[in-house]
Design a protein around this ligand. Structure first.
Ligand code: TLP
Length: 345
């Protein structure tokens, strides 16, 4: 039975061009900065994000952790959304390893933070308080329906940060989804960020890796932090080669994933027992609710699994479905049929 895997865009397999590039990549010791393929990926990434430098790291979590540890010292505070991946899904790594304090404020349904909430959360100089150092944003926003932040919003947050002497980090795991969805270069969305991390191994389909982009001195410091947490890799050009293909060949096609997500959302809206507002689906992430009291997300996911459709059940009443390179428009029709069938029992 063919499997339609909507659990995440992290499940994407490397393309034939990636495998070829990996096999042929010239490599060297990247801790000595002698891997030409890693160096090329870092240059290309910096250029795409409009920054002076970039650093290849193992994962999105490592990109966010290294960025937080580079911006902040022990006892410093980061303002971030209560639905953000950094707060929700990264084990509180910056607290565990760096003694950094997270100050959460509510994420709005579109993934933004209210500007007033950001302002109000910034600590005055007071011996009792931690020092606010960083504002962390997420673009696109995973837990907020894949919603995106636009350049005008970024400028408004940038104004606050400059006025109050703070830095901005963007968890841009899916920044190219945000860019394609808005028809703007990723660099425009990154312009206000002191650091931005993005993932190669989600919608861009590379097997491993993320990049942190920023100013040259920030990236030099981040390189030290990456090393101390054991993230210095050696002949990593094997991995970086796939990342170069990802940036050159896999960005524009993200529009197909967005169209498929919208198609899925519109189909789900017509199914009794489910609730979703398709107009809120802005990129490749689709959250929908089960409105039937007799069915949990886990039970629905089990029924769909039996039909070859994999989705991500989320407590208490939600399911997440993510479109990607390996899900076609026809697969969306098949998945909708399976969901209809599973709900008709
Ligand atoms: N997200 C994963 C899970 O962890 C939830 C997924 O399936 O979506 N930032 C954002 C916005 C992310 O969505 C993720 C991964 C990360 C960072 C972490 O990336 P990795 O998994 O490479 O450490």
């Amino acid at each position: 039975m063919p499997i339609i895997d909507l659990r995440s865009d992290t499940v994407t397999q490397p393309t034939a061009n990636m495998r070829r590039a990996m096999a042929e990549a010239p490599v060297g010791d990247d801790v000595f900065r002698e891997d030409p393929t890693v160096n090329r990926l870092e240059e290309l990434s910096a250029e795409r994000l409009g920054k002076a430098a970039a650093l290849f790291v193992a994962s999105g979590t490592m990109g966010n952790l290294v960025s937080q540890l580079t911006h902040c010292g022990r006892g410093d505070e980061i303002i971030l959304g209560d639905e953000s991946h950094i707060f929700y899904n990264e084990q509180g790594g910056s607290a565990a390893l760096g003694g950094i304090h997270h100050r959460t404020i509510p994420n709005q349904p579109d993934g933004t933070l209210k500007l007033n909430d950001i302002e109000a959360a910034i600590r005055p100089d007071n011996i009792h308080f931690p020092r606010t150092r960083l504002i962390a944003l997420e673009n696109t926003h995973n837990r907020c329906n894949g919603g995106f932040l636009d350049a005008a919003y970024m400028r408004a947050v940038g104004d606050i940060a400059r006025r109050r002497g703070l830095k901005i980090h963007v968890d841009g795991a899916r920044i190219f989804n945000a860019a394609v969805a808005q028809g703007v270069p990723a660099a425009v969305l990154a312009a206000e960020a002191d650091s931005i991390s993005f993932c190669l191994s989600k919608g861009l389909a590379a097997p491993v890796g993320s990049l942190i982009c920023g100013q040259t001195d920030f990236i030099a410091e981040a390189r030290r932090v990456r090393k101390v947490i054991g993230g210095g890799m050696r002949q990593a050009g094997i991995l970086a080669a796939a990342g170069i293909v990802a940036l050159n060949e896999m960005v524009d096609r993200l529009a197909d994933d967005h169209a498929n997500a919208r198609k899925l959302a519109e189909g789900l809206a017509a199914i009794a027992g489910l609730s979703i507002a398709p107009e809120h689906i802005k990129s490749n992430i689709v959250f929908f609710k089960i409105t039937r009291a007799d069915l949990t997300p886990q039970e629905l996911a089990q029924r769909l699994k039996a039909e070859g459709v994999l989705v991500g059940p989320k407590e208490p009443d939600q399911i997440r479905a993510v479109t990607h390179y390996q899900v076609s428009a026809k697969d969306i029709d098949t998945a909708l049929n399976s969901i209809n069938k599973a709900l008709s029992r």
